[in-house]
Design a protein around this ligand. Structure first.
Ligand code: ADP
Length: 405
């Protein structure tokens, strides 16, 4: 029995290692989707359209798409489920959730809460499975004709597999896939605010969120001051350790593979001339813990600026002009979040409109919130979650023509 939100937060820290304070934040975020969509359920309005013929009346009804298969990742083991399930249930759908193999407990805990809340049996269903079974279970969920909708959050590579499965029966799909977020600091920026935003955007969940900054682009005039202050902030404010210790801000990475990827990106960058400003290696605390790392002298030829690291690595590229920064930012085949710091209003409008991403933080490093549409462009996905738009992903529009009146 879940007594309170504290217990749910402890389950998250136990299953993915994130600091308890972050896990508590996730529980609030997770609950916010259920509250939001419970309210949105009352606003699924239809429409009456003026007909072109006198003897007709035209209505638009919104109906649930049907059973939704929901496949979620380990980095937000509770919130990534409620963001989808809240919208699905509000629309009138039933769901089958396949949680990530590393974090099945939060999904099961939500099942217990669903029972306690009186949600009828068979409405919220959970199918945990091992890594070995994942592909087979995923295929069944995404090809079964009884399933009408797939909502997935995870890697772009897996998203493409699921899109192929969906094609066979033309299912509705929502995909929240990988990002490669740029964080641009222009000469006009308030450097202290930029450093605070950088710290939050990069090192939250030890760099393991799809909207975490993956590459910093810093203009020539402000570059040295930014790098120096960013390094100081990392060393002073970040504490690697056990997620249950109150002081800890940085838990472990999810597994050995994740650590190896960070190491590979650092090694590649250093071999091509990047400098380690701080961090750079596994943390003495233990196996999957990694030092928060800052690299300077980074170029676009390096692996860490070409693919998502998903770890505590901040590479800094120096640039000269706005056009150059926007071109580097948009060179990616994905476009989820993007951030920039500037105090020039004309530049703010120009860059916000030019960035090829689904979400832009202007002078902000943390932008996810229940009332705002979350989602990406390019290979970062399809559809939007949360906000007034999120429920549409689970609704069909039916046009009804009353004739012969
Ligand atoms: P990550 O690299 O973050 O683990 P994945 O895309 O591998 O990203 O995992 C996200 C979710 O997708 C998890 O629930 C995982 O079990 C699931 N998954 C991975 N591969 C497949 C697959 N072939 N079919 C269905 N689900 C999959």
């Amino acid at each position: 029995m879940m007594e309170n939100k504290e217990e749910l937060a402890r389950i998250i820290t136990a299953e993915n290692g994130k600091p308890l304070k972050e896990a508590q934040g996730e529980i609030v975020y997770s609950a916010s989707f259920l509250e939001w969509f419970a309210e949105e359920a009352r606003r699924i309005y239809g429409d009456v359209i003026p007909a072109s013929a006198k003897d007709r009346r035209v209505l638009v009804l919104k109906q649930p798409v049907g059973v939704a298969a929901i496949i979620t990742p380990w980095n937000f083991p509770s919130a990534m489920i409620t963001r989808k399930v809240g919208a699905a249930l509000a629309a009138g759908c039933t769901v089958v959730v396949k949680p990530a193999e590393d974090t099945p407990l939060s999904a099961l805990a939500l099942g217990e809460l669903a029972n306690q809340a009186g949600i009828p049996a068979g409405v919220y269903n959970v199918v945990p499975c091992s890594r070995q079974q994942t592909a087979a279970v995923g295929e069944v969920l995404c090809t079964d004709p009884l399933v009408s909708k797939i909502s997935f959050t995870g890697s772009t590579a897996t998203g493409k597999i699921l899109l192929k499965h969906a094609a066979g029966t033309v299912k509705r799909v929502s995909m929240e896939l990988g990002g490669h977020a740029p964080f641009i600091v222009f000469d006009s920026a308030n450097v202290d605010r930029a450093v605070a935003g950088a710290l939050a955007s990069k090192y939250r969940n030890s760099g393991q969120t799809c909207v975490c900054t993956n590459r910093f682009l810093v203009q020539k005039g402000i570059h040295d001051e930014f790098v120096e202050k960013f390094a100081k902030a990392i060393e002073k404010e970040l504490h690697v350790g056990n997620g249950f210790d109150a002081k800890t801000t940085q838990g472990p990475l999810i597994n050995e593979k994740a650590v190896e990827k960070v190491e590979k990106h650092i090694k590649d960058a250093v071999s091509q001339g990047a400098s380690i400003v701080t961090g750079g290696k596994r943390h003495s605390f233990g196996k999957n813990f990694f030092e928060p790392t800052l690299l300077s002298n980074v170029t676009t030829k390096m692996l860490c600026t070409q693919e998502e690291t998903f770890g505590p690595l901040a590479p800094v590229i120096k640039f000269e002009t706005e056009a150059e920064a926007v071109a580097i930012a948009n060179a990616a085949n994905v476009g989820l979040a993007g951030y920039f710091y500037s105090q020039d209003p004309a530049q703010i409008w120009r860059v916000a409109e030019q960035l090829e991403v689904g979400m832009v933080g202007v002078n902000e490093g943390i932008i996810s919130s229940v009332e705002c549409p979350f989602g990406g462009v390019k290979e970062s996905g399809l559809g939007r979650e949360g906000s007034k738009y999120g429920i549409d992903e689970y609704l069909e529009i039916k046009y009804v023509c009353f004739g012969g009146l």
